[in-house]
Design a protein around this ligand. Sequence first.
Ligand code: ATP
Ligand code: MG
Length: 335
Amino acid sequence: MVVKRLKLMNFRSHEGFRVDFEPQTTKLIGRNGCGKTSILEALYEALQGKSFRAVDREILRRGAEFYRVELEYEDGRKVAVVFDGEKKEFLVEDKKTRRLPKKNKYPIVLFEPDDLNLVGSSPTSRRNYFDRVLGQLDEGYSVALNRYNKALKQRNELLKEEMTEVNDMFSWNVLLAKYGVELYEARARAIQEVNERITKTYQSIAENADEVQLEYISEVQDETDFLEKLERNFERDRILGHTSFGVHRDNFEFQFNRVKADGSASRGEVRSLVIALKFIEAEMIIRELRQKPVVLLDDVFSELDEKRQKCLVRNFQEHQIILTSVGEEEMVKVS
Ligand SMILES: Nc1ncnc2c1ncn2[C@@H]1O[C@H](COP(=O)(O)OP(=O)(O)OP(=O)(O)O)[C@@H](O)[C@H]1O
Ligand SMILES: [Mg+2]
């Protein structure tokens, strides 16, 4: 057991809600729209410091002035998150902070129905997916990503201004190249690590002999080349109104037996592949952070056949699992 109790106030549709978690598996059952995903979202906030699906203004219950999330860990430690409509604060061990300190974060493996579309979805959703995974594994990755995105936004804004000249771009180009290469290298390392495990993990789920690979597609090479390309593309970017080169254009492609999975793999194969990714994510977290992630399964059981459900439960049996599913009862929990 990692987490013991969660209390919500004015968090989305929940005016007030409290849940005590079971040591092993907690099931949150309720009808559509009753606020099951919101509970996972609140837990994610308290464990990771931010939501996986929205900004705070959207989370704040309509008409309310603040929201509050309180989490109690099994060992008695407590974390509270308060958002007053403007700013968010974390309360940890009687100290107030604007960000959840690294040492007070706890890793999560989140599995949402949307993840099952990962193979055939847009490059943006795959980038977001891997960014979230990598950000949890390495705080430095999140920092670099934030700085990169800020510089990108500034550069794009400048591109749209009439009087902008190539030299005005320089400081943003330098930042983009610096953080871009950092992100590129971290992505390349992580994908290599995924590839070392994915075929074996996939085969154990799908019970076949297919080879799986994840290809990282990026035009990035090194900082000098990055900077040169940004400078060379200036006129073109001005016409386009955005930055056409960089890690924000990277893509990730899944392959079965060296053939692109999108368009050729069956639904079942894709499902097994995504489950394999979740298992690998948990393994990487355990190795890097030496903590056993809490597993959040949002409405995914209904999407999986019995064999894959069993496989999921078996693999995560040593983890605390919190899952949601649609049912008639009003948010009951059974273990
Ligand atoms: N800021 C908000 N204030 C009040 N209600 C909100 C807010 N944001 C979302 N809601 C409501 O919360 C509900 C969605 O909650 P949530 O997504 O957690 O439901 P769910 O139980 O996971 O549903 P499903 O079974 O369809 O996935 C919707 O009815 C939505 O209108
Ligand atoms: Mg939901």
